[in-house]
Design a protein. Structure first.
Length: 756
């Protein structure tokens, strides 16, 4: 009992003592006035000759008045507290759990919110097995259906046992116990006196007079404490037997009834009491059943546990019932695919993963898997909403922007060769995933094959700030800095994103460049779609991402990205192999998969097509079973051309262009048409001499591009010879100026670099 409750009870007792004293004083004063009246009337009667009237014995009247005062005191001192009605009790029932349901009302998961007691939803009487109702009712109150709240036969038996010095039997009825649950001060510690029992009895009679028997029994089975923190038959059935109350057997009910007098009893004591309640002679089965019942909690056996991360995200209040947009079937598909892949990779290669499936038309999230446990060292972390480096998954939006602006077409030639870029933080030298360079490639092959250098060259066309703003508009809200903060590495996915953001962004490509937020619950608003990318550019990029021939140079012809129906997909791997992505879409669904280690350590021997892509493939095949995907209809403003490439750069094919930008033939510009320039070193470069290596072996290679016949190189006004000789120079410490000079003595290009 809390201090406040003790103070309250003490105050009530003080008021009752004052009331008792006042009643006795009033009775004594009334007695004096009464005897004065009697004496006066006696004298008057005698004067009139009524001699036969005798004075009443004073002791009789005093006893009557004291008895009346005692009755009044007893009445007021045993007055029970006001009890709420049945409807109010049921409406104010607060479970300790909250529940997550799918779009069809199927239970997905639950979450424990209140840890003071384990209470599940209120269980109606008709949802409890008849055997359990009968056994529990007769074990606690065998004359429950016939008495009016107090079992006077049991009370008489208890009084007799006490008079004879025997162990007093319990006379508390179910009605009295329910009243004590509703008014805890009735059963407060130390409330075992006669006055307290009378209050409980009066409360039981009052409850029996205002509630029906079924209502009282239902409330009792929901309010009673059975074992530990389990309150109510719902929590007890689930935690002790792994069943619902409707499936409890007679033996289950006997064991529950055996718990009620002493919830903390051990297994032998419970088995003995259950046997006594059963009235059977052979009760050997109860020993094993009692031990099993008190074993590990079984509450999770009926809890599907399909969306624990989403449950932790959405279930914040006890008793909450949240209906999500998820589909239980899709959720199980995603869990199975991810679990199978992580088990195949093994915990030493990759431990964590996440999957999201979205309906393109509605934006409803149909599957949300934040992780599947297994070998994970951070199973509680939600991988679907954690910020991770995007890798190459941002490239489709870069190419879509360049195509939309007219800077590129899908057939434009990009140079996949080494490049060094001077940035504020130093020299930036992008590399491809395989550390190899393909030379001249089309934008289609560069995107589908996820080549890095062409992506950086494309970013030079669009501008870093403009691309950063486009990503922000496409829902990537983790990009809180300006473009200069990310620099050219933004083309390769140096920014951090979540899987939810990824799926929403790729869905916009499936919808012709229109974006909106995704919905997780049925109460979430349906946002209007906003135009981000032109439908023509979005369609062309989707066609590029669905082209198995275009990605063959990097991934092969039969990778995990190739499906038996139309689908577009993009993989990505972050720096140091910490994150692996695969996000793609059909005309109906968008699926995103992330695989990695939530603690941030690198994966081992996991590539773009061996990590997340197999999960993406399995999910896409399962959700399209019987309903293959189809390429979206080509929008107006897109034309097709048969195009031929020179020098076997790529095979001839039909290519798609924005109307007015198409062409039939690609020609490689001759070397003499390109402006001569110094390629290496890059202006602003800093080179450090190694003291452990002889100086004459630390030479710098000079490279130039374009037609440089007749051009010469000068280092700090010292002639180095013909530019096409590609000389090696030995530069001393200090700042140096390298110049490219044509036949007329004009400076065509120059760079500044430092040696230290």
């Amino acid at each position: 009992m809390t201090n406040a409750r003790r103070q309250h009870v003490a105050a009530i007792r003080r008021r009752l003592r004052r009331l008792r004293r006042r009643t006795i004083l009033l009775a004594l004063r009334s007695e004096k006035r009464a005897w004065a009246f009697v004496d006066a009337r006696r004298d008057e009667w005698r004067a009139r000759g009524w001699r036969g009237i005798a004075t009443p014995p004073r002791v009789t009247l005093t006893a009557a008045l004291i008895l009346l005062a005692g009755f009044a005191t007893a009445y007021w001192s045993t007055l029970p507290p006001a009890l709420p009605g049945y409807a109010a009790v049921r409406d104010h029932w607060a479970p300790s759990e909250s529940w997550l349901y799918d779009r069809n009302g199927e239970l997905l998961d639950s979450s424990r919110i209140n840890f003071q007691a384990r209470r599940l939803a209120w269980t109606p009487l008709d949802k409890i097995s008849p055997a359990a109702r009968d056994v529990l009712m007769h074990a606690e109150d065998r004359r429950f259906e016939s008495h009016g709240g107090v079992d006077w036969i049991a009370v008489a038996g208890a009084v007799r046992d006490r008079w004879e010095g025997k162990r007093a039997r319990g006379a508390s009825t179910i009605s009295m116990q329910v009243a004590a649950y509703l008014a805890p001060d009735l059963a407060a510690p130390g409330s075992r006196g006669i006055r307290d029992k009378l209050r409980q009895m009066r409360a039981g009679m009052a409850l029996d007079g205002s509630w029906t028997k079924d209502q009282i029994l239902e409330a009792y089975l929901n309010l009673a404490g059975f074992r530990g923190e389990a309150q109510g038959i719902g929590a007890a059935a689930l935690g002790l037997f792994g069943k619902t109350p409707a499936t409890l057997s007679r033996d289950d009910a006997l064991l529950l009834a055996a718990l009620l007098p002493d919830p903390g009893a051990d297994a032998p004591a419970i088995a003995a009491r259950a046997c006594a309640l059963s009235g059977e002679s052979d009760c050997s089965r109860f020993a094993g059943s009692a031990a099993s019942m008190l074993g590990p909690a079984r509450s999770l056996q009926l809890d599907p546990g399909l969306a624990p991360h989403l449950a932790n995200k959405l279930l914040r209040e006890p008793g909450l019932r949240v209906t999500t947009t998820l589909d239980k079937h899709f959720q199980e598909i995603a869990i199975t695919a991810l679990k199978r892949q992580l088990q195949g990779l093994g915990g030493t290669r990759a431990r964590d993963g996440a999957v999201i499936v979205v309906d393109n038309r509605t934006g409803d999230v149909l599957a949300y898997v934040g992780g599947v446990g297994g070998a994970s060292t951070a199973p509680a972390v939600d991988g679907a909403s954690s910020y991770r480096q995007a890798g190459s998954t941002l490239k489709p939006f870069l190419y879509a922007m360049a195509i939309e602006k007219g800077y590129l077409t899908a057939a434009s030639i990009l140079d996949d060769s080494p490049v060094q870029l001077d940035t504020a933080s130093g020299l930036y030298v992008p590399q491809n995933y395989d550390r190899a360079f393909k030379g001249p490639v089309t934008a289609r092959s560069a995107l589908a094959g996820s080549l890095n250098v062409p992506a950086v060259r494309t970013l030079l066309l669009t501008g870093v700030d403009a691309f950063r703003d486009r990503l922000w508009d496409t829902g990537y809200r983790g990009l809180t800095e300006d473009g200069q903060y990310y620099g050219f590495s933004l083309a390769l996915g140096s920014a951090e994103v979540t899987l939810m953001e990824q799926v929403a962004a790729f869905r916009s490509l499936a919808l012709g460049g229109r974006w909106s937020r995704l919905r997780l619950t049925e109460s979430d608003p349906r946002d209007a779609l906003r135009r981000i990318t032109s439908p023509q550019a979005a369609w062309i990029v989707g066609d590029m991402l669905s082209d198995p021939n275009a990605r063959a140079v990097t991934f092969g012809l039969d990778s995990a990205l190739r499906l038996p129906f139309w689908a577009a997909a993009k993989t990505g791997t972050s720096k140091a192999m910490r994150d692996n992505w695969c996000v793609g879409f059909s005309d109906r669904y968008t699926v995103g998969v992330w695989v990695g280690n939530l603690e941030g350590d690198p994966m081992r021997a996991v590539s773009g097509t061996s990590g997340a892509a197999p999960v993406w493939r399995d999910v896409m095949l399962a959700i399209h079973d019987g309903h293959p995907g189809h390429q979206p209809e080509r929008p107006d403003g897109v034309e097709s051309r048969r195009i031929v490439f020179p020098d076997h750069i790529e095979q001839a094919r039909t290519e798609y262009f924005l109307t007015g930008t198409g062409f039939d033939t690609v020609a490689i510009a001759p070397a003499e048409s390109r402006r001569p320039r110094i390629v290496n070193p890059v202006s602003g470069s800093v080179y450090a001499l190694d003291p452990d290596i002889p100086l004459d072996r630390q030479r710098l290679a000079i490279s130039v591009s374009g037609e440089v016949t007749g051009h010469r190189l000068e280092l700090d006004r010292r002639d180095l010879g013909a530019a096409d000789a590609k000389p090696l120079i030995l530069a001393p410490p200090g700042r140096h100026r390298l110049r490219l000079i044509d036949l007329g003595g004009n400076v065509v290009d120059q760079v500044l670099f430092t040696v230290r």
